[in-house]
Design a binder for this molecule. Sequence first.
Ligand SMILES: [Zn+2]
Ligand SMILES: [Zn+2]
Length: 302
Amino acid sequence: MTKYIFIIFLLSSVTNASDVFNMTFLGTGTPRPNIEKLGPSLLIKNQDQQILIDIGRGTSLRLSQIGNDYSNINEIYISHFHFDHVIGLADFWLTSNLWQKKSDTFVYGPIGVNAFCKNIMDTYKMDLKYRYKDRKYSKLNCFSFKNKKSVLNEEKISIQSFANDHGHIDNSYGFKIKYKGKNIVYSGDTTLSENVIKNAKGADILIHEIFASSKKIFKSNKKLREVASTHTTLDQMISVLKQTNPKLTILTHALLFGINENDVLKVIEENYNGDVIFAKDLMSVDIGKEINIFNLEVLDEK
Ligand SMILES: [Zn+2]
Ligand SMILES: [Zn+2]
């Protein structure tokens, strides 16, 4: 049996269902394995569309936990090719066929995405041969952002990529997600990025990565200082918030060393007035006239 726990963040009034879209954090983690925080992945949906932004470790498991059989997820956007953001793609694709997904999945990503998909399909060709013989199975159709035709349609969720600044990574992107006049900005993995700031000004929701550590650990660990240089430090985050002032900011992909989420929020509160929270796996957000947050926790009845 599945039971849902609803925690209302802001009280809502009655809104037309088609005007509301929803996002669920399937994974809020980093490359480090953590059962509470699986790899980065965000499910965005309205009544007709279901889209994944990044597809990290365990995305398939989280989808299964919320009763999603993948059959309507036809678009996946990849922010960059660090493995924590893409390692779930093969699992998603192979399992979707096992569950008889009829339609191909369109994957959009940085240059190289086409080869990446071809390699996945090639790697698993033995399994496909055994399982499907001459029968049809759905494919991964992959396009780099440069080759993506974008058709503006007010009735559809639109996703626009923009370059961010992830240090040594050449092709790394954030996304602007728009639907019916509302917009969400997803920073991707990035250090302080003028492009993120430009896109996130006045956003309804800013989803942003963060790095923070205690002074002691930071001073004594060179590797950590290198990691910090490709991510957004607490000081940089405060600067981003002051310049963009989103209605709500949700921190995710948090690299925290010797400091916890409450410590981070306390420092932010001392320096910035807006609403800032940390994402949790299975946290779900309705975006319409108001923003409503609830936790989609699946509890097995024993
Ligand atoms: Zn990452
Ligand atoms: Zn990365």
